[in-house]
Design a protein around this ligand. Structure first.
Ligand code: PMP
Length: 351
C-alpha cells in the first residue's frame, strides 16, 4: 500500500461483495437478488427519461421520488432521505455517528458492511452476540452506547425481530439513534416505518434492490424524524449533492406505482422460500425460519464449504461465510422455482 496515504487508509479492511459472474448457464443464488425482472412500468419510465433530457443535471433533492416514497409510506417528504443504494444511506448514517462518545452496537452476526464503515469513519463499536437460537435479544442491548443498528430480518440469518421487540428497543434507548436496516422486510416482516412519528430516534433504511428487483439501479432510502433526515442531508451534501441520476430517479418512482406487480412477486418468492425450506429439511438440513428472500441452512453431516464448492461444480453458486459460529451454514438466495429445483436435484446427488 502506498506510503503517501494516511495510516488509516493503509489499515482499512474493505468489504468484499459476493461474486458477480456472467449469468450464462449459472444458477446464481449468492447475493440475494430478485430472480424476477422489475415491473415493466419501471422500464417504460426509464426509457422515457432516457429519451428526454440526459444533458441536464438531475434534481439534487430528488423531490419527486421523495414525495412518491413519502406518500407510499404515509410520511412527510421531509422525513425521507435518498441514497445510491441503501449501502450509501448507511454510509452517510455511519458518518453522522462519527465522534460519538459512546460505541455503536450491532449484532455479532450481521451485515458485514457495518464493521467496514466503522473502520472507514472511525466509529467505535461493540458487537452483541445473538442468542442460542441466532435471535437478537433486546435485553442484551441494555448497555452504554451511542447508537444501535441491526438488519431486520437479520442478515445472513434471515431471522425476524418482531415489531414489538423493535419498539421495546426504542423505548429502552430514547437518547440513542436506533437504525433498523430493512433491506429484506418486504418478504414477511412488518416494517418499523409506522413507528417513526412516535420515536424521534428511529431511522428505518430500505432498498429497492431486493423486493423491487432493482439492485442494478442503486436506490435506497431512509425514513425518520425530519431532524434525523436533515443531519443526513448535511452529510450527503458534504460529499456530492446528486445522490441519484435522472434515470434512477424515474425508474424508482415508477416502481412504487405498480403495487400489484410488487405484491405478486413478493408472494411468489415467499411461496418458493417455504417450499425450498421444507425440501431442504427433508434432505436433513437445519433451516432457520426465514422472513427474507434467502435461507440460512446447515447440514449436520456435511461440511458447508465443501458443499458450496460441490454445488459450484453443478453451476450453482451459494454463499458461504468463513466466520465463527456460522461457518457450517450456507446462505441461499431464493431463485425461481426452476432454479430452486436445480439446487434440490444437485443436493440429492451430493448428499
Ligand atoms: N443491508 C443489508 C442487510 C444487506 O444485505 C444489503 C445488501 N447486501 C444492503 C443493506 C445494501 O443493499 P443495497 O446497497 O443494494 O441497497
Amino acid at each position: 500500500m502506498s506510503r503517501f496515504w494516511s495510516t488509516l487508509v493503509n489499515k482499512l479492511t474493505p468489504y468484499v461483495p459476493g461474486e458477480q459472474p456472467k449469468l450464462t448457464s449459472l444458477v446464481k443464488l449468492n447475493t440475494n437478488e430478485n430472480p424476477y425482472a422489475p415491473s415493466p412500468k419501471v422500464l417504460q419510465a426509464m426509457q422515457a427519461e432516457l429519451a428526454d433530457t440526459l444533458r441536464l443535471y438531475p434534481d439534487p433533492n430528488g423531490d419527486h421520488l421523495k414525495a412518491t416514497i413519502a406518500k407510499y409510506h404515509g410520511v412527510d417528504k421531509s422525513q425521507v432521505f435518498l441514497g445510491n443504494g441503501s449501502d450509501e444511506v448507511l454510509a452517510h448514517a455511519f458518518a453522522a455517528l462519527l465522534q460519538h462518545d459512546a460505541p455503536l452496537l450491532f449484532p455479532d452476526i450481521s451485515y458485514s458492511f457495518y464493521p467496514v464503515y466503522c473502520g472507514l469513519f472511525g466509529v467505535d463499536y461493540r458487537q452483541v452476540p445473538l442468542d442460542a437460537e441466532f435471535a437478537i435479544c433486546v435485553e442484551d442491548y441494555d448497555q452504554h452506547c451511542g447508537a444501535i443498528i441491526f438488519p431486520n430480518p437479520n442478515a445472513p440469518t434471515a431471522k425476524l425481530l418482531p415489531l414489538a421487540a423493535v419498539e421495546s428497543l426504542l423505548q429502552r434507548h430514547p437518547e440513542q439513534v436506533v437504525l433498523v436496516d430493512e433491506a429484506y422486510i418486504d418478504f414477511g416482516g412488518e416494517s418499523a416505518i409506522g413507528l417513526v412519528d412516535h420515536y424521534p430516534n428511529l431511522l428505518v433504511v430500505q432498498t429497492l434492490s431486493k423486493s423491487r428487483s432493482l439492485a442494478g439501479l442503486r436506490v435506497g432510502f431512509a425514513i425518520g424524524h425530519a431532524d434525523l433526515i436533515e443531519a443526513l442531508e448535511r452529510v450527503k451534501n458534504s460529499f456530492n449533492s446528486y445522490p441519484l441520476d435522472k434515470v434512477a430517479l424515474a425508474g424508482a418512482a415508477a416502481s412504487f406505482g405498480d403495487e400489484a406487480y410488487f405484491q405478486e412477486k413478493c408472494q411468489v418468492i415467499i411461496a418458493t422460500r417455504e417450499q425450498l425450506s421444507s425440501q431442504m429439511r427433508d434432505l436433513g438440513f437445519e433451516v432457520l425460519p426465514s422472513a427474507a428472500n434467502f435461507i440460512f441452512a446447515r447440514h449436520p453431516q456435511h461440511d458447508a464449504a465443501q458443499l458450496a464448492a460441490a454445488l459450484r461444480k453443478h453451476s450453482i453458486i451459494v454463499r458461504h461465510f468463513k466466520q465463527d459460529r456460522i461457518e457450517q451454514f450456507l446462505r441461499i438466495s431464493i431463485g425461481t422455482d426452476a432454479e430452486c429445483k436445480l439446487l434440490v436435484d444437485a443436493l440429492h446427488k451430493l448428499l
